[in-house]
Design a protein around this ligand. Structure first.
Ligand code: BTN
Length: 270
């Protein structure tokens, strides 16, 4: 288990890429409560720069969406949180989970067999053969000109028997796809490269991410029941809107724009 994976992450990078992501941007912890918690604290202190990165081999209180816990055995999975600057227009912020899925998903697809593609389940799950491969948790601080803490947990070297029994039929890992171990840090180097560049355009330009997500949209055409806040909404998954919202066509042909959902029923085969 490496104690400082920075050199491995930037090994194949150009000098320009290394300038955007110097060593002091990166903090690695063999064990920490949550990389998102650490990065959010840094964001609140006002000392954040774009692409500040926190990685861990093991989290004692990994956070999942909807207040769930996110657990992984030590050293198996890629666990990281990345600081992404948010644009002034908050209506664009809900694009970030899908943009993250796009950058992470392209990196993973680049190491899969030619023709193998992921499925993208709104807002930010990536699946392989209908099984969840990774989780994304975007958390924001309440400050103006804030950064988001983009937290990602990818099942890289996780074995089937290391998953809790209820998840064995619904989750997968890169190890299970390839049948052998892969380098977590090489995968992270591919992901970071996709994020680097003009920081103002990460959330501002959504066109390519939207096309990528739509081509893999797992909910498209499915008959869905969605709990958003206190109400259930029924309809057919009908694509992604400009703000990253899920479009759902109701029975009267009316179009719902769902910004957040607590539960999605009907996505999987019964
Ligand atoms: C989900 O519920 O699908 C999202 C899971 C996100 C887990 C990652 S692991 C790294 C980062 N730190 C956390 O505490 N959570 C995210």
């Amino acid at each position: 288990m490496s104690s400082d994976p920075y050199d491995e992450i930037v090994r194949n990078w150009s000098p320009e890429e290394r300038i955007q992501f110097p060593r002091e941007r990166h903090s690695h912890f063999p064990e920490i409560d949550s990389t998102n918690r650490v990065l959010l604290e840094e964001i609140r202190s006002g000392n954040t720069s774009p692409f500040d990165l926190v990685t861990a081999d093991f989290q004692t209180q990994g956070r999942g969406r909807r207040g769930d816990r996110w657990e992984a055995p030590a050293g198996r999975n890629l666990l990281f949180s990345l600081a992404i600057p948010l644009p002034n227009d908050p209506t664009q912020w809900s694009r970030l989970p899908l943009i993250t899925a796009y950058h992470v998903g392209r990196a993973i697809e680049s190491v899969l067999e030619p023709g193998q593609i992921l499925q993208a389940k709104w807002p930010n799950d990536l699946l392989f053969h209908e099984r969840k491969l990774l989780g994304i948790l975007v958390e924001t601080s309440s400050q103006e000109n804030a950064f988001a803490a983009v937290g990602v947990g990818i099942n890289v070297n996780l074995r089937d028997n290391e998953l809790p029994v209820p998840l064995r039929k619904t989750a997968t890992s890169i190890y299970q796809i390839f049948g052998c171990e892969s380098s977590r840090w090489y995968l992270l180097s591919l992901i970071l490269r996709n994020f680097l560049g003009d920081t103002s355009s990460i959330v501002g330009s959504f066109t390519e991410a939207k096309v990528w997500f739509t081509e893999r949209d797992f909910l498209l055409g499915k008959s869905l029941r969605i709990r958003s806040g206190n109400r259930w909404i029924e309809g057919i998954g009908s694509g992604i809107g400009e703000g990253g919202e899920l479009l759902l066509r109701g029975t009267n042909e009316n179009l719902f724009e769902i910004v957040s959902a607590e539960e999605i029923q009907g996505a999987y085969r019964a």
